[in-house]
Design a binder for this molecule. Structure first.
Ligand code: SF4
Length: 75
């Protein structure tokens, strides 16, 4: 059974997402940052929609992941 849980919940919305401890998800093409109406931050793994072995909300930081695909770097 796959469990889903918030990856990171903060009540301090002034913390930049760039400082969140995301691990590999920080620059993976499958990662999507979501901010709730109350300012809580979540990391959603889009790969979970097509492959059940991936958690919708992975435990962070992710240090090893077979689905990781590096996003293009911005110059
Ligand atoms: S595939 Fe892995 S590294 Fe990429 S967003 Fe999902 S959990 Fe994070």
């Amino acid at each position: 059974m796959t469990s889903c849980y918030p990856a990171l919940v903060t009540h301090a919305p002034d913390i930049p997402t760039s400082r969140m401890p995301l691990g590999l998800c920080a620059n993976c093409i499958h990662a999507r940052r979501i901010t709730s109406d109350r300012g809580s931050l979540f990391l959603l793994c889009e790969l979970s929609k097509t492959d059940p072995q991936f958690e919708k909300y992975p435990r962070l930081p992710v240090l090893s992941c077979s689905g990781y695909v590096q996003a293009k770097q911005h110059a």
